[in-house]
Design a protein around this ligand. Sequence first.
Ligand SMILES: C[S@@+](CC[C@H](N)C(=O)[O-])C[C@H]1O[C@@H](n2cnc3c(N)ncnc32)[C@H](O)[C@@H]1O
Length: 220
Amino acid sequence: MIVDERVVTFINSLDTENIEILEEIEREARASSVPVIRREMQSFLKALLLIKKPMRVLEVGTAVGFSALLMSEYVPEGCRITTIENYEKRIPIARENFRRAGKEEMITLIEGDASEVLRDLEGPYDFIFMDAAKGQYIHYLPDVLRLLEDGGCLVSDNVMQDGEIFESRFAVERRSRTIHARMREYLYELKHNKELTTSIIPLGDGVALSVKGKYNEQTS
Ligand SMILES: C[S@@+](CC[C@H](N)C(=O)[O-])C[C@H]1O[C@@H](n2cnc3c(N)ncnc32)[C@H](O)[C@@H]1O
């Protein structure tokens, strides 16, 4: 945990509940150890979506559809959400959850490996939520940038790897070094790419909020 547990507990104690179907799906997911975005990340996403009002959302990493359904409650009418998942066991559950929530029309689930799906997708999207294999984010970035329209937001979750990201390469277990190096490279790219303006926020397990647009040229 990168944020003091007392701080997180306090912030989350102020939270109000989601609608019943979301509460149910979140409970079921947690009971079967399926990852879902944390409560503090949920609030952050809701606020961002209400500010941005996106009409085409892309999510990488559906799991059982909780975050896609959460997002669907905070976007304008007519918005379409596309979400990508490659784990066969989770795909039918996600589809069933979209049906239970009455959102099968609004949310399209694409089955397959994100790197291949992203390569074949056509944009533009005005909001992209990255929540899949952390070591792959750097490889997805060229396609994500191609798919994201000017002024679009990219939200990347879990960028601090439970705090390992601050540690030197040698303090990290050998088997985690590749992912550590790739995530550092990803964060460096988000901060230095001329097409992006990025804020890295110690929220949940770390989130990077990037906006596409060549604003950097005015300052560098
Ligand atoms: C953290 S979970 C997503 C949680 C979900 N966004 C939510 O909050 O409800 C990450 C998901 O990404 C999927 N995933 C990992 N690597 C992937 C890949 N290469 N292509 C597609 N999906 C992938 C995993 O199977 C997993 O279900």
